[in-house]
Design a protein around this ligand. Structure first.
Ligand SMILES: Cc1cc2nc3c(=O)[nH]c(=O)nc-3n(C[C@H](O)[C@H](O)[C@H](O)COP(=O)(O)O)c2cc1C
Length: 453
């Protein structure tokens, strides 16, 4: 059977995914601003053989009719947060094999400085860095904070294409991989291997030299999770690992097929893209105990969170609609997926479901065998490559999965023994080199002083 890849979803704030579980007595995520919390999570994942820890991120906050609801602060729903790149930098020093994937926004970052930040992390980690490219679903409040204009949903992806071109030029097209000689009797770098870039795009301009030399992977491993038509097209072109949000096996299979088709349309080998689905589980020795455990999670959450939290992802105030309104009547320029994934269900249904799970799919609740069976069934039915464990209670959910479910998956031959490769790209994608594959659009920006471009 296919060898599965595993990543851990994390978030440098007290809650994530639109729910507020921080009050649960066993949850330690309210200490997200303590390095000990992160050291524990990262070393636990590294020792368990996870391929990476993923740090989600958002700019912006929840606003309902122009006002940030008091519940957002009372429950630590949206703010405060830490900068994921700096958390990742701290974890570089705590780990040696684990991949570290951070989220960065093409709407709000500046490509020139962002490229340097990623190269720095890739240098210091020895090529263990990934970037989750987001166009920012919480854009309406985020643009206010940055003082920049709002950009509509599909246009944000055009802007992201332009951003990618700049960073590919900087990462691949300025410093050749062997430009640094560090010869104390000769020279530090070969000037013939340092090239100037020019970029005059519709959204970004950059001229000159990258601030950082070629890092072990050149371009960090590119992750993406956009699920609208335009988002999938962008993912098929640039993404090397795509996150899917969950859903039925048939729906996942359809998404996997469509992303692989987009990759083929962009001239890439469709199988070179890894597709990983986010999933949560509540595991216990019996199904009854697992249900009880899940009920404790639900009981720890305030029902008032759902309205504020849904507004954060979509800008829509569900409390202002008749509960019988079909979701298909709604429209947003923020995350369109958070409408379309509910099909024709009603506003009332969605408020109830959002209270329980937020953006997460319903967790698998049961014994370790139940969870392992579910993961294998999804893998086989949807042609997936792995899973992004999205814990509900930290570190308990992660430890339960590692101690109870991973041994069963290992026994069933679904997990490789510890991979040897040093770089995230080789480890996660099975790539032959730490750098971008030749069919990736970023590789076309590479320069070679001997052969020309
Ligand atoms: C597993 C997973 C993780 C995600 N992490 C982030 C994140 O950290 N920050 C963010 O702004 N969006 C995140 N998203 C949202 C997507 O980037 C994207 O905005 C969303 O799927 C809507 O897609 P669309 O913009 O194509 O409609 C994530 C989605 C998934 C499925």
């Amino acid at each position: 059977m296919k060898k599965l890849r595993f990543g851990l979803f994390e978030n440098a704030q007290a809650n994530d995914s639109g729910t507020a579980t921080w009050r649960h007595p066993e949850n330690q995520r309210d200490h997200y601003d303590d390095l000990d919390y992160w050291r524990n999570i990262a070393t636990t994942c590294e020792d368990a053989g996870f391929d990476f820890v993923f740090l989600a991120d958002a700019w912006g906050w929840s606003e309902v009719n122009g006002v940030r609801p008091a519940i957002s602060s009372e429950e630590g729903l949206d703010l405060p947060r830490l900068d994921p790149a700096i958390v990742a930098a701290a974890l570089v020093a705590e780990t040696t094999r684990l991949g570290l994937v951070i989220t960065g926004s093409t709407l709000l970052e500046q490509p020139y400085s962002f490229a340097r930040r990623m190269s720095t992390l890739d240098q210091l980690s020895g090529g263990r860095i990934g970037w989750n490219v987001v166009t920012t679903g919480t854009a309406d409040t985020a643009v206010e904070a940055f003082g920049v204009p709002m950009v509509p949903h599909d246009e944000r992806y055009n802007m992201a294409d332009d951003f990618m071109e700049v960073v590919y030029k900087l990462w691949e097209g300025t410093w050749e991989p062997d430009a640094l000689e560090r010869d104390k009797n000769g020279r530090f770098a070969d000037p013939a291997k340092v090239h100037r870039i020019e970029h005059d795009g519709p959204y970004f301009r950059s001229r000159g030299y990258s601030n950082s030399s070629y890092s072990p992977q050149g371009t960090p491993v590119l992750f993406q999770a956009g699920s609208s038509d335009r988002g999938r097209q962008f993912g098929g072109k640039h993404g090397e690992c795509i996150f899917l949000g969950g859903g039925s096996v048939d729906k996942l299979a359809e998404q996997v097929k469509s992303i692989r088709a987009e990759a083929a349309a962009a001239g890439r080998a469709p199988e070179s893209i890894k597709l990983m689905v986010a999933f949560s589980c509540v595991v216990a020795p019996t199904r009854e105990e697992a249900q009880r455990k899940y009920q404790q999670v639900l009981d720890a959450q305030s029902p008032e969170v759902a309205v504020a939290s849904y507004a954060m992802f979509t800008g829509l105030d569900l409390s202002s609609y008749d509960p019988t309104t079909p979701m298909s009547d709604l429209h947003t320029e923020l995350s369109q997926t958070q409408i379309s994934r509910f099909g024709d269900r009603t506003v009332g249904d969605v408020l109830a479901e959002w209270h329980a799970n937020g953006v997460r799919s319903k967790p698998v609740i049961g014994t370790a065998e139940d969870v392992a069976d579910a993961l294998i069934a999804i893998t086989d039915g949807a042609d997936l490559d792995g899973f992004l464990l999205t814990p509900i209670i930290q570190p308990g959910s992660t430890i339960d999965f590692i101690e109870q479910v991973l041994p069963i998956l290992r026994e069933r031959g679904a997990i490789d023994s510890e991979p040897k490769a040093a770089s995230l790209r080789e480890r996660l994608l099975g790539a032959e080199a730490p750098t971008l594959g030749a069919d990736h659009p970023g590789a076309t920006y590479r320069v070679n002083s001997e052969q020309g471009r």
